[in-house]
Design a binder for this molecule. Sequence first.
Ligand SMILES: C[S@@+](CC[C@H](N)C(=O)[O-])C[C@H]1O[C@@H](n2cnc3c(N)ncnc32)[C@H](O)[C@@H]1O
Length: 300
Amino acid sequence: MTTLQTFLTAKRSLEDRALNRVVWHRFVEELSGRASSEEPVRILEIGLGTGSMIARLAEWEALPLQVTYRAIDIDPETLAVARRKLPERLQTAGYTVETTDNVIRAHKESTGPDRTLEITLETGDAFETTDHADAVIASAVLDLVELSEALEAITQLCADDGLLYAPFTFNGHTSFRPSEPADPTIERLYHRHMDEIREQPGGSRAGQQLLTALPAAGYRILEAGGADWVVHPTDGVYPADEAVVLEFLCSTIDSALAEYPPTTLDPETRTRWINKRREQLESGELTLVAHHMDVLAELS
Ligand SMILES: C[S@@+](CC[C@H](N)C(=O)[O-])C[C@H]1O[C@@H](n2cnc3c(N)ncnc32)[C@H](O)[C@@H]1O
C-alpha cells in the first residue's frame, strides 16, 4: 500500500511541471523585493509535507540570499520523512548542510554573495501559532481547512505586507482517460465527499473560493492562475514515480466512495470502476487531469 509520505514525495515531479509559472515568478520577485542586507527573509510554511517546496525553492535558486524558513506540519510521521530527506536534497542543490535535531543549516557559495538557508522543522498545528513572517506558504493545504478561519490565522503569521503563496489549492475537477460510463457519478460523489461527507473541513472549490475569501480577509491578490496535474504515460511508461500518485489517488477515491450507502452508489459500480482504473494503471493506459489554483496575495 502506498503511504501518504510516498505519495507526497512522488507528486513532486508532476507539480514541477504543473506549477503556474506566472504566479511562481511573481512570488520569487516579491520575495527578492523583501530582502535586505541586514535581516534574512522570514518564510513560514504550513504543512510542508515531505519538503517538496523547500527543495524546489533551493534547487531552482528562487530564494533570496539569506533566509530563515520555519516549516510546520501537524503529522509527526510526515515531518520525520522531511527531516530525513531534506539534507540530501539540499546537498543535491549545491548546499553544504549541517543538521541538528530540528534545524538544518544550509550554505551555498556562489560567484556573488553566499546563500544561507536556516530551516527549523516543527510538529504542530500551524494555525495555532504566531509569527511575523515575510511570506507564508501553504501548498496543497487550503482545500483541507475552513477557509475564512485559516486566513484569519494566517494573518496572525504575516508581517504587515506579508505574502501568502498558496499553490495547488484543489479546484473542482478530477478526471481520468480513457473515459468510463460511471465517471460522471464517481467524480460528482468524490467531490461531494470533500464538501459534505468527510470529517476534515475544506472543499472541492477552495481554489476559486480563495479569489473572494482573500480580499474579504484583507489580502490583495497579486497573481492567480490554474495549475493542473496531468499524469499520462508515454509508450505505457509513467514519468518518475508518478504511477504511485495515480495508485494513491485511486485508493483515496475508492475510500471516499465506500462511505456512501448502496442507495447512493451501488458498491458493484464502485468496484467495477476502481478495478478497471487499476488495470489501466497496471497496463500503462491511465491518464489523470486534476485542476488546482495557484494564488499569491499580499496582506494589505
Ligand atoms: C496535501 S498535504 C501537502 C503537503 C505539501 N505541502 C505538498 O504540497 O506536498 C497537506 C499537509 O498539510 C499538513 N497539515 C494539515 N493541517 C495542518 C495544520 N493545521 N498545521 C500544519 N500542517 C497541517 C498535513 O499533515 C500534510 O502534510
